[in-house]
Ligand binder design. Structure first.
Ligand code: P6P
Length: 334
């Protein structure tokens, strides 16, 4: 039997990749791992406890909030707050950022931005959901309480990003800029164990992932690219949970699209909570992540907390194909 490497052990061991690291980032990643185990327990029991269904409220993006959203949000915040390494949190579920009071004897140098439970509309029908997180270093005086503007950093400034997928098994995937590694939760020992070392996304794949129901609402060049996927006999796979759809592409290759529509002229997904962290992970695994203006998502200026973005994300050859296709198509039609 191969030796078990737990998430904690791996994080500590790879901490040496960062000369002069103080261990703070290590402790934040461990705090997130603890929160993920607690959320996992509730997600797995959602059908048994009165935690399903809507919490008759809506989030900062005006979307119905499910009770598990609130639970996941509170657990993540509590674990990060008590850890003392995080100065504050911005959450897709909250209008404003939360600035933590300093913990005696600790200097909080990091910020966490998160979507605590992405794809939560799938909860009641037992389809996988996920947590997405991104970690930044504070740019200003760590003695001052954190302010919202500190969270408005480009995705290229991320020091770490990851997701937890609560699916047939629960897997935590993260990067600190030195490749991507996956850890599967072994419930018998309550540990995330290294299961996918140095994940590399295939340069191409047989899947495309888009909400085909909006086809007629997409711009012409996007519709023509989707037709192109169909001409190539690619298979459509779309779960309606970004973490699940991207996770498949991490292993099997493919392309994920969330273009602009009339309802979401700037795209539906949020730049800081979904676009940037998932782009960091995808790029670290060898993939590409652009918006429908063909700009690298990680380079997009962050002007406000709940800013939305369009998404073209996945296998490098397929994103390049789309890029050439759209440029060629637009040139013919300009
Ligand atoms: P639609 C889930 O609500 C989410 O934020 C992403 O996880 C997912 O990719 C997308 O929205 C699904 O949106 O409009 O296709 O239902």
């Amino acid at each position: 039997m191969e030796r078990i490497v737990t998430l904690d052990e791996f994080i500590i061991k790879t901490q040496q990749d960062f000369p002069g690291s103080s261990g703070s980032l290590t402790r934040i990643l461990r705090d997130i791992g603890i929160a993920a185990k607690i959320v996992n327990r509730e997600v797995n029991m959602a059908g048994l406890v009165n935690i399903l269904g809507r919490a008759d409220s809506s989030n900062a993006s005006g979307e119905d909030v499910q009770k598990l959203d609130i639970f996941a949000n509170e657990v993540m915040i509590d674990c990060l707050k008590n850890g003392g390494e995080c100065a504050g949190v911005a959450s897709e579920e909250l209008e404003n950022v939360i600035a933590f009071d300093p913990v005696e004897g600790q200097t909080a140098e990091y910020l966490v931005l998160m979507d605590p439970l992405d794809g939560s509309s799938n909860i009641d029908v037992n389809v996988s959901v996920g947590t997405i997180f991104g970690i930044y270093k504070r740019e200003s005086d760590t003695n001052k309480k954190v302010a919202e503007k500190e969270f408005l950093q480009r995705g290229s400034a991320l020091v770490a990003a990851g997701y937890v997928l609560y699916g047939t098994s629960t897997i935590l995937v993260y990067t600190t800029g030195n490749g991507v590694n996956g850890f599967t939760l072994d419930p018998s020992i309550g540990e995330f164990c290294l299961s996918h070392r140095n994940m590399k996304m295939p340069a191409s794949g047989n899947y495309y992932s888009v909400n085909q129901g909006y086809y007629l609402k997409f711009d012409l060049e996007m519709r023509r690219y989707i037709d192109h996927c169909s001409d190539l006999n690619l298979r459509l796979r779309y779960i309606g949970s970004m973490v699940s759809d991207i996770h498949r592409i991490m292993f099997q290759g493919g392309i994920f699209l969330y273009p602009n529509t009339r309802k979401y002229p700037a795209g539906k997904l949020r730049l800081v909570y979904e676009g940037n962290p998932m782009s960091f992970i995808v790029e670290q695994a060898g993939g590409k992540a652009l918006n429908t203006k063909l700009e690298r998502i990680l380079d997009v200026e962050v002007k406000e907390l709940h800013q939305r973005t369009t998404i073209i994300m996945g296998s490098s050859d397929m994103v390049n194909d789309l890029q050439e296709f759209v440029e060629r198509y637009s040139a013919i039609n300009s």
